[in-house]
Design a protein around this ligand. Structure first.
Ligand code: RFL
Ligand code: PHB
Length: 403
């Protein structure tokens, strides 16, 4: 409120103001820089927090290609783990799904989201381009006028930033979607009746590819960050608190759901990060209001089972970057006008795929005499036995070129 009444101590102008230094905001800044368009990134948190936030781990081919095309993939090429397949496990059997063969050569790369974020921040700062951390009390104004205005506190002072366009890349809880007047957006939402407990542990992954397990005790996932660091998840009740999960309980649940009777068990090790994560399917339409364009989790979220969230955020800003380049360099507005409709096609495909993976692989509280459980087992058996079903799954998982 104070920001509305007092005069700003500093005022400046930029072409595109970007709110949020997550994957969407940082990648958009690099795309704009590549096109010679200036931007300022405003981030609420400090750098250490943003770089330390443990989240996604799977990059689609298209995401990896974009990082490489922009000259941002040097460490990714060295440290990223390229996977050509993954496993589906159920009824005590592990089945390999050969993504590479089924999709005509596609692969995913396992590389932590916070590593992507670190690489993008380092490159942004090396360019000497503006990226402001610890910005607070952000207020968006003039979204439907000729020129928009942001007011915020930074370094103990009130600042004003005017801009041609605003990119709202500030995640699900950000300020930009909330600045759109009531009644403009249609909201579509689905909340799931369970959560994930996720850990990072100093333990060699039990397998060189990801294992997605459907078990009578609930879903489990063996993923990784390096040959010596495992990323593991177990489905847990929505109301659980992290204090209820001792190390022993975590490992015994992971062993119960992931070990096979006739194979090597998963590897235990010291746990150095743990959190309970709830999630939802969420979409707003349109992803634009006047000069404000929403991208990434600010406009849509998916449950993490399909590994799509970060990839979708990057796909949005690829569209937005190209549309802004057409606006500034060719004077064309048509791509900006089509931004929301273009993105929403991919968004809804990812929403469906993430819902489908989540529905197939989790134990749902039963009130149907086991009907849902039998549907899931049948879908899993069909997926591992039918080339058509497995191809459908892998082309979505690896990332579709056309949606
Ligand atoms: P982010 O990453 O949330 O970044 C938003 C940034 O905006 C800042 N912010 C503000 N800044 C200024 N002013 C304000 N008022 C602000 N409010 C917020 C925040 O501090 C933050 O820095 O959104 P973005 O860029 O859209 O990126 C989205 C992804 O982070 C998200 O979709 C993925 O992490 C989802 N996800 C996965 N995606 C994948 O593609 N592959 C995966 O394997 C995958 N695994 C996952 C996941 C998400 C998970 N959780 C946490 C639900 C695994 C998990 C467990
Ligand atoms: C991860 O490694 O964090 C990860 C991998 C696959 C998923 C979700 C998360 O589906």
């Amino acid at each position: 409120m104070e920001g509305r009444t007092r005069a700003a101590q500093t005022t400046r102008h930029t072409q595109v103001a970007i709110i949020g230094a997550g994957p969407a905001g940082l990648m958009l800044a690099h795309l704009l820089h590549h096109h010679g368009i200036e931007s300022v990134i405003l981030e609420h948190r400090d750098r250490a927090y943003v770089e330390g936030r443990v989240r996604a781990g799977v990059l689609e081919q298209g995401t990896t290609n974009l990082l490489n095309e922009l000259g941002l993939g040097e460490r990714l090429r060295r440290e990223g783990l390229i996977h050509h397949g993954f496993y589906l496990q159920f009824e005590g059997q592990r089945h390999r799904i050969d993504m590479h063969e089924l999709t005509g050569g596609q692969a995913i790369t396992v590389y932590g989201q916070q590593e992507v974020v670190k690489d993008l921040i380092a490159a942004r700062l090396a360019q000497g381009a503006p990226l402001l951390f610890e910005v607070s009390d952000l207020i968006l104004d003039g979204l439907d006028g000729e020129r928009s205005r942001l007011r915020f506190h930074y370094g103990g002072e009130l600042h004003e930033l005017t801009c041609d366009y605003i990119a709202g890349c500030d995640g699900f809880h950000g300020a930009s979607r909330a600045a759109i007047p009531a009644g403009v957006l249609s909201v579509y939402e689905k909340i799931y009746p369970f959560a994930w407990l996720g850990i990072l542990a100093h333990a060699a992954p039990a397998s060189d590819e990801l294992i997605y397990a459907y078990h009578e005790r609930g879903f489990a996932l063996q993923s990784m960050r390096s040959p010596s660091v495992s990323r593991l998840y177990v489905q847990c009740p929505l109301e659980d608190r992290i204090e209820q999960w001792s190390d022993d309980r975590i490992w015994s649940e992971l062993h119960a759901r992931l070990d096979l009777a006739d194979g090597a068990p998963i590897n235990d090790g010291p746990i150095f990060e743990r959190a309970i994560l709830s999630f939802r399917s969420f979409v707003v339409e349109p992803m634009q209001y006047g000069r404000l364009f929403l991208a990434g989790d600010a406009a849509h979220t998916v449950p993490p089972t399909g590994a799509k969230g970060m990839n979708l955020a990057i796909a949005d800003v690829r569209v937005l970057g190209a549309a802004l380049a057409a606006r500034y360099h060719e004077g064309r507005d048509d791509l900006l006008a089509a931004y929301s409709a273009t993105c929403l096609k991919r968004v809804w495909r990812a929403e469906h795929f993430s819902w489908y993976m989540t529905s197939m692989l989790h134990r749902f509280p039963e009130n149907d005499g086991g009907f849902q459980h039998h549907m899931q087992l049948s879908q899993l058996r069909y997926t591992v036995n039918s080339r058509a079903a497995a191809t459908s799954l892998t082309e979505n998982y690896a990332g579709l070129a056309k949606v």
